[in-house]
Each structure stands twice: as C-alpha cells, then as structure tokens.
Write a protein that binds this ligand. Sequence first.
Ligand code: PEP
Ligand code: MG
Length: 748
Amino acid sequence: MPEQTESESRKLLRRLQATLAEAGEGQERLDRITHLIADSMGTEVCSIYLLRDPGTLELCATEGLAPESVHVTRMRMGEGLVGRVAARARPINTANAPAEPGFRYMPETGEERFSSFLGVPIQRLGERLGVLVVQSKDAREFSGDEIYALEVVAMVIAEMTELGAFLGEGAALSPRHQQQVMIRGGSAQEGVAEGVVYLHEPRVVVTNPIAEDPHAESIRLREAVDQLRVSVDEMLSHAPKGDGEQAQVLEAYRMFANSRGWMRRMEEDIARGLSAEAAVEKEQSTARARMETVPDAYLRERLQDLDDLSNRLLRLLTGQGAGATGAQMPDRPVLVARNIGPGDLLDYGRSLKAVVLEEGSVGSHAAIVARALAIPLVVNAKRITTEALNGDPILVDGDQGIVHLRPEEAVATAFRDKIAMMAAAQERYASIRDKPAETKCGTVISLQMNAGLMADLPSLVSSGAEGVGLFRTELQFLTRNKVPRRGELAQLYAKVMDSAGGKRVIFRTLDIGSDKVLPYMKPQDEPNPALGWRAIRVGLDKPGVMRMQLQALIRAANGRPLSVMFPFIAQFEEFTQARDHLLREIDREAALGHVLPAEVEIGAMLETPSLAFAPRHFFELADFISIGGNDLKQFFFAADRENERVRRRYDTLNVSFLTFLEQIVHRCDDTDTPLSFCGEDAGRPIEALCFGAMGLRTLSMRPASIGPVKSLLRRVDLRELRSVINEARTTGAQSVRPAVMDWFRQQG
Ligand code: PEP
Ligand code: MG
C-alpha cells in the first residue's frame, strides 16, 4: 500500500476523531462526518444510512443529496443498491449506478445526477447497522485503496454507533440496546420464563477505534498475537491424546494465529489509523458476515474458529476477562450465549430460569442437558448476543421458540398472564398428583417419567410419576472428557435407586453416536450418522464400555431389583447378544462375590420399524418393550428428527403411524409383553390420549407433562375417542388430529 494513501487515510481518521470529539447532538455529528468524508475523498456525495428496524434502512445524513430527503428516504434490506450492500454485507462499487442490477431511483434525493457509487456496510461483529455511501458525477470506479479507506471509516462509525455517539430523534438514531426486540428461534426445550439477561461470555467493548501511533499499535498487536500463539500451543500440548475433534479445532486456531494473511490485513488496518482492537474487530466482522453466506459446513466451522480466536485476541488487547463476565448473577438469570458446552450448562444448573443460544441446535449436547434440567431453551436466536446486555429484562417462550428482549409492558403483561395460567394449571395438577390416571371408561394408564440426572429424581415425588420409565445414561458420559469410572457410575446409579425409594427405574444403556458424540470418542465421519454406528451397535462391536456400565448397574442394585433396557435394537439377534452380555456380567459378578440384584428385567427399545416385525420369540424373550417414539417416527417417515424442515411435515397422529403403533400393541398383547412409549410425544396431552386409545397402557414423559396428561386422561372416555379415530381412519384422513380436536372441543 503506498505510503501516500496510508497517511491520507490516517489523516481522514484523525479528522474523524476530532469531529467525533466535538460537542453536539448525534445528528450534527453525522452531518459533519458526511461533509468530512466527501471532502476528504473528493466526492460530491457522502451519505449515511442507518437501520431503523432490522428490515429498514433510513437516510440519516447526507452531503450532496437533497437535504429534505434526510429521515424521509427509506428502503428495505436488499432494496436498491444501498439495500443490497446491507443485505449482502459487501461493498458495491460501480461507475454507472443506474445500470447496476437492483438500482432503484429515488427522485426525492436528486441522485440521478451521480453516476458512480461506492457503498460499504457499516457493521459490527456481523451485525448490520447501516451503509456508508459516496457518489460522484464523473463515471469512475473507486480504487481498491478508496474502498479500503471507506471500510475503515465505516468500522469507526459502527463502533461509535455502538457507543451511542449518534443519538437523536427517531427510530434510526434511538439508543441501541434499549428498544424492544423480538427474536424468533427454535424451541429446544419447552417452558416459559421471565427473567434478566446474564451473558455467559464477556462482551468486549472497544472504546478507542482510532489510534494516533500506528507503530505503537502494531507492536501491541504483535505482542498480543505472540501471547495468543503461546496459549494455543499450550492448549494443544494439554489436549487429551486421542481427542481428535479438540485437537482439530486447536490446530485450526494455530493455523489462524500463524496466518500471514490475517496478520497482514490487521497491520494494514492499523497503518490506516485503526487501533489494534478495532483492526481485530474489523477482520472479525468480515469473517462473521462471510460465515452467514458460506454454504460449506467445514468452511463455516473454520470461520467460527477464527471468530473464537479473534475474541481471545480482543480480550488480550482490552484486558477484559474471559469466562465470567464479572457481572453479578441476577435473581432470575436467563443465560444468553452464542453456544455453551454441556459441562458449563450443568455448572450453572437449575439456578437458570431459561437459556437462549444464538447457535445451538435441538439435538446439541446443551439441549440434552437443558432438557434434563427442564430449563426452557431457545436455540438459533439470531443476533441475541449482539442485542442483549447484562441486566436486560427478557421473556423466553420455549414452547414457541420466541424471545422478547426488553419487552414493552403490554407484551410482558400478556406473557405474565400466560405464566399465571400455567401456574394455576400446575396447582390443579398438584391436586390430582396422588390420584391414578384413570379414564372415564375405567382404563388406568401408568404415567412414568423420563430422567437423565440425579437432579431429576425429586420430580418423581412432585410430579406423581409411578416410576422412571427411561433413565438416559448418556449425560454422565457426555459431560466428562474421559470415560467415567465404574465405581463412579455404580455410586451414581445406586443414589438414583435410593432416591426412587423403591419405585422402578429403567436404566437405558449408553445411547451414543448420531447426534450424541462423546468428546473423547473418535469421530466416525459417517455420511448418515443417524443411520450409522450408534447405540447398541457400538455396544456390541466394542463391548468394553457397555460391560463396565452393566457391572456398575449390577453393583448399584446391590440386592434390589434391576431393570435394564437396550437402545436401538433393530433385530432379534442384537437383543439376544446384549441380553447375553448382561447375563454373563451377572455370572461374573456372582463369581467375584458381589451381591446380585433380587431380580433382573431386560427390555428393548423399539426404535426402528424392523423390530415391530421381529419373530414372536423376540416378544417372548423381552421382559418389556419401550417404544422410542422420537427415533421410531424419524425412521418410519424417513424424516430427520433434527431437521425442522422435514420433521414437522409428518404428524404423530398420522393414520399410518397410529396404525403401526396399534400393530405393535397387538404383537405385545399376543405374548403378554409389557409395552410402554417413552418418546417426547408421550408428554403431549392429545397425543397421549390417542396412544391410550390405540391400546398403550404405560407412557413415560418429562415430569412437567405428567400433570397435564393425567388431567386430560381423567376427563375422557377412551372408547369414544377410539371410535372417533376409527371413523377418521375409514374416511381416508391423513391425520386423525382434526377429528380428534373436534371431538375434544365438544367435550367442553
Ligand atoms: C426416543 O428415540 O424416542 C428416545 C426416547 O430416545 P432418545 O430421544 O434418547 O433418542
Ligand atoms: Mg432414541
């Protein structure tokens, strides 16, 4: 880069800094900035457009366009050249703007006189704040240096916007982080909560985007990068051997930390007058904007690594700590994070009212933990970490996947009404807690609960569940960085049985693979992990861990009855092999002199359609069968349970699925094999009623669903419902839901 341009650029930033330092209202500052940029760059026009809401840009200041159009001219994201710059987060540079695709003529601005156009996004950490534009009459393309200089200025404007330098009247100049924001994400754990934002990670604030002495800044940057390299090397040397994934991420960190391109770009930004922090953030913003548009998952992950690395570098430069935010944990904390690991989430534990993640997915480990802790969780909440500040009021609707940040009173009131109604319902449920789930026709349904943590066990009493129909044992494996020890597991399982106070607990052996990847397990790189090497397939091929777990269970029972179920059995032989393992372990434990369980029940999870057609022998041999509806439904409809797009397409009350369930009921009835249903659908009241009508007599669900399901079951006659379902089936309906809902409404 020529020395000349560099110092021009620094001069511009210095003038900008002086302008920003002058007293005045936000509007005056913006006006002065547009004047200054047009003057420095020798263009007739300079305009600043800022977002007034996430979808609309507003012309907020201009030098050269008609002054009457300020705060009047608006465009949607993606509309016209300015809207396109914002939507794509990329500059547009053209010598002939009217000929450019997407050009929109705005007569009120008088811009038809200007042929050339250069617009750059004003963005901060991937969040779009506006667009900075220069235009001139002569038909010329702006040089690379000019684009670069304008981007640097846009970066400073972004930082100053964040710091509140441009406050004024109207939505576009209103203070940031004060307006109500509604964010629609995905529901990963149901429940609603009102609370206060608690940020998991510090938000780095850059207060000095412009620096006087590029040499000194460059030294600061290099020193920080050196420190960063040392810390990455240290992390790598401490990474557990054999942990492929962690090492891969760290290697990527190392690659970036040593990347000449990254360093060079930041040095160039500094040479143009940015501070070291602002240079890091500028690179980070560009990477984030790219992250959104890159279709390749691998590349996106690498950009994510670069983002994490930039955060570390920013913390080193600003001295703002990592980990704890330093903020006091508020009374009703709602944790807000880009993402969170299962271990961290468990550390916060049940003190959290809700969790909102900018990324995350329904099947992530964090979601599994949130589900186990019964904390409402919204994932994929775009922009939440850039919008939310510690202490902001927040409403989380985990049922709908909606978050209201800094809600207006009317929204908060409606939300509180919803919470109050739910609380009143909970009271009603408490009054029937010790009553059976007996329908009007005298059918008794056994309601059990699903669990996965020791902390779930108190719900056994409070929910009125008759037992634990599914104890998922994955969490103890997912949240550690090595395989837990047998003694540790035996102790935990014994405590679970103690807390159950004699009620039956069905332990499901380790169900890993697919979405549940152990941090210390070699990644399998399978094309279709859900159809891959998972659950019992791993247990049978590499039986070491399963055998250890079975020993732990036998020891934990210590003379008490033991119920074990094997996940994902797809054919009879898998069940006999797994069962043989358990029987062999019992013999071994006996030979070692350990007390054996008083009795042992061995069951199978029916999660693949194939098992429903297994030989009669299978049904005779299994002591019980539990339908894992989450998996069974995904395989029945060939629709990924984590892919929102296809998941919702198939209703659980689809005639084919209900008929299939009915066939399983018949097969189990024939051999007197106890049957239960333990997928999430069992906890949805209407679904639960229909399962009852199809002949299921045991349902296992999350504890919070037991009250609503029981309350409904006690109000209906399943024989009537059965005839409604039969009738709907004969009319060729795709789903019985509409007919069932009509009937249900008539019940009053
Ligand atoms: C299921 O598949 O329905 C089930 C209960 O198991 P998981 O959700 O743990 O896969
Ligand atoms: Mg399953």
